[in-house]
Design a protein around this ligand. Sequence first.
Ligand SMILES: Nc1ncnc2c1ncn2[C@@H]1O[C@H](COP(=O)(O)OP(=O)(O)OP(=O)(O)O)[C@@H](O)[C@H]1O
Length: 450
Amino acid sequence: MDNPNGANPNAPPPFDLEKLRKESDGSMSGMATNLFHQVVQGNPYFAAGGGLMVLGSCLALTRSAVIRVSGLLYRQLLVDMEIPSKDKSYLWFLEWMAKHPHRSSRHLSVETNFIQHDNGAVSTKFSLVPGPGNHLIRYKGAFMLIKRERSGKMIDMTNGAPFETVTLTTLYRDRLLFRDLLSDAKNLAVKAKDGKTVIFTSWGPEWRPFGQPKAKRLLPSVILDKGIKQNILKDVKEFLQNGKWYFERGIPYRRGYLLYGPPGSGKTSFIQALAGELDYNICIMNLSEANLTDDRLNHLMNNIPERSILLLEDIDAAFNKRSQSSEAGFQSGVTFSGLLNALDGVASSEETITFMTTNHPEVLDPAIMRPGRIDYKVFVGNATPYQIGEMFMKFYPGEEKFCQSFVEKATSLDVSISTAQLQGLFVFNKDAPESALKMVETLKFPNHVF
Ligand SMILES: Nc1ncnc2c1ncn2[C@@H]1O[C@H](COP(=O)(O)OP(=O)(O)OP(=O)(O)O)[C@@H](O)[C@H]1O
């Protein structure tokens, strides 16, 4: 109902200055206090707003208290472990999780690999690894929340892949299980490589496994002239046993080997077999690669994966040109000084075994022969009568009679025969030593195609 006086009943009462003066003993501060009481208490709008404000503040305080307490509880009760994608254990963990029986995942990613079996056959393997998102696993009785996250913006400049992290969260009391889990993941990865050799090739500035680990090449399957294999093996083993000796004398713990000789004489095969024998992996780099620069070579040689032999193929390529035209961004290649710098700069706390191969030792600059760069060099030539006989017996065990005739005929041809040529002939005449003997004349032609 309207107020007959036209006044709003909810309007705050006007200030009564006379009343103020009386109630406040005349002083200014007393008047101010009373004015405040009149305005705040007597004003319904102000009272309602104040109430809301108090309520809002209480809610905000409660909220921040809840956040703080839950943060505190989280820190006290839960523990996180982050594995960034640059870390070695990242792939181990994903592989391990793909095989872990107690897990609940709704986001899966596929990883396709090719596996080479011992008989040489290759099959395809699909691993369903946890994709980006949340996953729950149970490990040794503890629950763990796994969060795989992909950074939308950051990418790894070396390979163009997005940066990722996996975060594992579990109860604080189970935190020690993280270590067990990581060693389980590592052991699983190591077991998968057991009896195999991983071949790394350069991919931009980093080493990447080339295909799946390969079945080890056995040392007896490579036939070099008498004593060569045994002498190199002895030297490498001695080097590996003398780390302390090198460290005590402040000598860089590295050793360089040069195998030189014609193509197809088994240089690369021997190095692969040696790696298998020592249980090492191999990092292969071809120095005639067009887009390999001095900087990249240097970086790669200083970042070799552990327990790996570095194999530099065709080192003569570095001696063809003395300057690098890399300013244009292409038409580069390793220079001689770049190779020397890289060889001298290899400074690893672990041992470094470098094998170099070339078909043209005559173009190598004497500077590379300095100890510390090349400490051991050996000629791996075309097949000697000894090697011809050994190769024959490897392919046709028990066929001594044919072997003798074959060696005699092959040597009477009076041409250089590479061991790769012999292999070609024997593979063509599988299980048929007599046919191989009949075809011995074809060895006169190094490029003969069967
Ligand atoms: N001495 C050997 N013993 C066993 N196999 C050999 C031998 N020499 C060559 N082969 C076979 O010939 C092929 C080529 O050999 P490999 O690549 O090891 O020769 P290479 O000397 O490294 O040649 P290149 O100088 O051209 O690199 C391989 O399949 C290998 O099995």
